[in-house]
Design a protein around this ligand. Sequence first.
Ligand code: XMP
Length: 317
Amino acid sequence: NWTPASFVQETIEQLKLQIGDAHVIMALSGGVDSSVAATLISRAIGDRLHGIFVDNGVLRKDEFEQVLNTYKNIGLNVTGIDAKQLFYDELKGKTDPEAKRKTIGRLFIEVFQQEAAKIPEAQFLGQGTIYPDVIESVSVHGPSVTIKSHHNVGGLPEKMHLQLVEPLRFLFKDEVRKVGLELGIPAAMIQRHPFPGPGLAIRILGDITEEKVALLQQADDIYIKALKEYSLYDTIWQAGAILLPVKSVGVMGDERTYEYTVALRAVTSVDGMTADWAHLPYEFLAHVSNEIINNVRGINRVVYDISSKPPATIEWE
Ligand code: XMP
């Protein structure tokens, strides 16, 4: 019978056998899966695990600093790389969602390979692949139709001639979370909503500028903090704010404004494959709308997305 404690113990033993005296490099995203996988590997081989966490410029507000801090507190050997400018430069003028994804995926691999080259002793690549990824990568990358290409699955290993270490390959998300808590990873990190690899780049419809990222980060931060304050965060599969390429007229004091619109998205789901829009209380929505409009200069309208998946997807791009 499966228990988190027995899984942890057995997996650490297996990892020691598999890795021996070698070194492992691994890209960390701040997400549940890569964080739990890295912590397991680090329990087996200590600082011979070399984590790399890249700031791609489209993370959430303060996320880079906060996640790095958490990793340090857990005791992981992690290097943070500020690559924001590179990503902004290359994303400039790109409006097509798949072009944005491909750009971010390509740059990420470039940055990661550069860092990996500094650790020539690494023979293994750690990955936080979980069982649904194994199944979904078949349908996402399969021969039929690519709806949205995901760059957090695959891509790296073929180019790098490294052997894979994937300690979570047979676990479902709820099991990964239990293992994470068993390992003493802070609950705030374990309960985090999924966040896409291309980050806020696919939540800014149309082209991306540093200014738009800053606007969206502020609105998103207000929204997510409020979900936590109202104890709604844990009842939701995933939530985030989307910056629409639409300006509309508003009034502020005696002045006419002409500013951006933000859409709030929150869904309930078991696996992200289908999802229902979350029936958030009106009182909560009113609070968030006021906070955003009163505090974020450049946004004068907030709307709530009441579409389910299918036919709408969770992300807008
Ligand atoms: P959709 O929008 O397809 O999203 O309903 C389903 C889940 O996948 C996430 N998502 C992505 N994750 N790279 C990722 O790593 C991507 O390009 C990507 N696109 C969507 C989305 O956040 C949701 O959890």
